[in-house]
Design a protein around this ligand. Sequence first.
Ligand code: UT7
Length: 334
Amino acid sequence: MSTMTPCGVRLAGCGSAVPEKRLTNDDLAGMMDTSDEWIVQRTGIRERRIVDPEKGEGELSLATEALRSAIDDAGMVPSDLDLIIHASVTSEMTCPSNACRIIAALDAQPAGGFDLVAACSGFVYAMNVADSLIRSGRYRSIGVVGCDAMSTAIDYTDRSVSILFGDAGGAAVLVRDPDPNRGCIHQTMNGDGRSWPSLFIPNSPSDIPKDFSDSGARMGTLRMDGREVYKFAVGKFREVIEDALAATGLSVDDISQFVCHQSNIRIIQSAMEKIGLPPEKVYINIDRFGNSSAGSVGLCLDQLWKAGKVNEGETIILVAFGGGLTWSSSVWKV
Ligand code: UT7
């Protein structure tokens, strides 16, 4: 399965999964001191989906369903995959990786698999890694799935974070293509580890920095300095898109879709205004699904794909930023 002939990468299929259970702003207002008006105004979110553990749902089941639907969409079977890259911060266990459990659930052996942790940037990081591995000539087909069940890492007494997040998985199947100009034509994966306390999930009180003003939420749940992340994201979003355009020599007119992490509607709108991105090129679903962390970009990609808005020959840009802090871009010739 190895070839040194230059090759490209084809997006062969997309998939996604969201839980049935809806958590509306009014539901949250019944649990904590917040309101539908505050949440819509500050975030653009109206409702999000959350897993129901009583039905056996969790990150693993969502990620499995998302990838299964992408494999079906590609007209392949799970054992056609050489490798599965799973991006998440809410895997049920750290060992084994959920990638291995997805392989078991899909009966995809002997595919290899690993988990990748880059928070909300996870899906874009994973697409970049998968493209590079296929281009190396060692792998023919890779399943990428970004997924988070953020509701399992939220303390619903903490209004500063709980209103933002929802659960979702998005997936893509990538296969080797003879055209080296097809696939990811530019990628970046960056981070600033010094800023990690802006967004983290402590397992014990000793994980919390001394100068961090803690909400007192239970261990194993998300802490976020919303204002810091907001400031970082507004600047970085614009910078990442402008850098990707400059590096490829492309203009906004050359890009058919900007597939952006659904962090907060105000962050996306700020980038749209500053760069001059037309609304029809920036897909938004945060109103219905909230911020689903590593699930968000893959979910958008699948919804665009199914709507016939990502077509052969077109160029799209995937962009995300998140905990770490991390940020990433991926320019694709589809
Ligand atoms: O995927 C990447 C991960 N994260 C992000 O992208 C998050 C980026 N940040 C944000 O989206 C925003 O910072 C939030 C939506 C999280 C918060 O919005 P904000 O406009 O930055 O609010 P704030 O934290 O500055 O708080 C403003 C006020 C405060 O009250 P005082 O101090 O002004 O009296 C908060 O206590 O709003 C209060 N507040 C709330 N009120 C009602 C904070 N959360 C809530 C709430 N409902 N849920």
